[in-house]
Design a protein around this ligand. Structure first.
Ligand code: ADP
Ligand code: ASP
Ligand code: MG
Length: 428
């Protein structure tokens, strides 16, 4: 008979020191004792990935990405080995595996590799022997056998991909907050924990700055219908269930508000208003492997226009260089950049059937005298680019305007107290 299999992923703060690693081991051992098979995916200890990146930058301004991957992968090797040792101490048999030993094959795009295939044979064999499998998250190997990593926050994606490959019943993401909230609880103290979120909403939130889950992990979960639970490794609260949209879900018009300060805007001015010019600009960026987020083109005046687009701050130097090279060829004017912007968004499946949501968002920002520079929408989201300095005010006022602090549950107070306690425990 097939036993229930659960994949449990523990983020950096959950394994930040020996004490936390022991606490996590106890949780895993308890799950196993309840009769389930357990595969664990673990992140590097809190701060370790940043520490390694910082070391590399002290040595090289533009470090080679292949070597960076080898360097960063060491963080997760350490935590998975330590966690396996902690499980042994509890009498719980466990085997630690690196990405390579796990058989996690990716494409060759160093520092942002995509998973191509997972060979679950080794993990299945270990599970059959009634051992816990502890996998180093965030890493894999490419076809040449070189170590690759999956981008920041990539252990979430390792976990969901493993859950899919091993046909798990559930994938639990343990972190330092009690679940997915109506806003980042570190920025909006009134934020409320959501009991359920649909894949679509979570996908939007993850792409809009809610870093509790890496976006690719949500894509995997949605594509393979793998239920996810986001919960705290500091308590036993049930957390947030992320599943396919269903009729049992309450559908508030707006479920959450998010902010993303990792945004920059590039403007190419004096662009000739002719067919094919936008294609040239955006093909050049695509060739450079840069993905653009929002785009705005002004009304043409005397056959010339301005085109602005946004992209992550880390891409701006590359994008600017590409644009400056292109400007003479397309007979445009000049290229300018603004890094002090942020994207503020509201997300909610209920938006589909409720008119007037955009108007309310714009009115709220206008009442705060916050200027909107760009707008983009999808069926269940509205995003505005604003000046970075107004981010906090925009978040709080929108959270209030859409009454996100109030909801079905009386949990708000408990959540607030809990979040404060957890933050203290996580040392942040
Ligand atoms: P881990 O190290 O466990 O992977 P992360 O730091 O990557 O944890 O993600 C958890 C953090 O995500 C929380 O501490 C919280 O500040 C942040 N976060 C941002 N938006 C939200 C949200 N809407 N709900 C919950 N957490 C959020
Ligand atoms: N350690 C990696 C990071 O800090 C991956 C992860 O934690 O998910 O981004
Ligand atoms: Mg994370």
């Amino acid at each position: 008979m097939k036993r229930n299999l659960v994949v449990q992923k523990f983020g950096g703060t959950s394994v930040k020191d020996a004490e936390r690693i022991k606490a996590v081991a106890q949780r895993i051992a308890k799950t196993r004792e309840s009769g389930k098979d357990v595969v664990v995916v673990v992140s590097a200890m809190a701060g370790e990935t940043n520490r390694l990146l910082d070391l590399a930058r002290q040595i090289s301004e533009n470090p080679n990405r292949r070597e960076i991957d080898l360097l960063l992968s060491s963080g997760e090797r350490v935590s998975c080995a330590l966690l396996a040792l902690a499980l042994h101490e509890l009498g719980c048999p466990a085997v630690a595996l690196t990405g390579r030993q796990m058989g996690l094959l990716t494409d060759g795009s160093h520092t942002r590799a995509r998973i191509k295939q997972i060979d679950g044979a080794r993990a299945r064999k270990i599970l059959q022997e009634n051992h816990v499998v502890v996998v180093a998250g965030f890493q894999g190997i490419n076809e040449q056998g070189d170590v690759t990593t999956l981008g920041r926050g990539g252990s979430d994606t390792s976990a969901v991909a493993l859950a899919v490959a091993l046909d798990a019943d559930l994938c639990e993401i343990y972190t330092d907050v009690s679940g997915v909230f109506t806003a980042d609880p570190r920025l909006v103290p009134d934020a409320r924990k959501l009991n359920q979120v649909s894949f679509e909403e979570m996908l939007e939130m993850a792409s809009l700055g809610c870093k509790v889950l890496q976006i690719r992990s949500v894509e995997f979960a949605r594509n393979f219908n793998m239920p996810l639970v986001v919960r705290s490794s500091y308590n036993d609260n049930p957390g947030t269930l992320i599943v396919k949209e269903n009729e049992n879900m309450e559908q508030p018009v707006v479920s959450a508000v998010t902010s993303d300060t990792d945004q920059s805007k590039i403007t190419v001015s004096g662009v000739p208003d002719q067919p094919g010019i936008a294609a040239k600009i955006f093909s050049a960026l695509a060739t450079g492997n840069l993905s653009v987020d929002m785009i705005i083109q002004n009304v043409s005046e005397q056959k010339h226009t301005d085109i602005s687009f946004t992209l992550p701050k880390s891409c701006v130097t590359e994008a600017r260089a590409i644009m400056e090279e292109l400007v003479p060829e397309i007979h445009a004017g000049k290229v300018s950049c603004a890094a002090d912007i942020s994207k503020i968004s509201i997300v909610g499946a209920g938006m589909r059937s409720h008119p007037g949501v955009a108007a309310k968002m714009f009115e709220t920002l206008s009442a705060e005298k916050i200027n909107i520079m760009m707008i983009s929408t999808s069926e269940i989201r509205i995003s505005c680019i604003i000046e970075e300095q107004h981010t906090q005010r925009a978040l709080e006022s929108l959270h209030k305007a859409f009454r996100l602090e109030l909801a079905e549950s009386t949990e708000t107070e408990t959540n607030k107290a809990e979040t404060a306690r957890e933050r203290k425990a996580a040392g942040s």
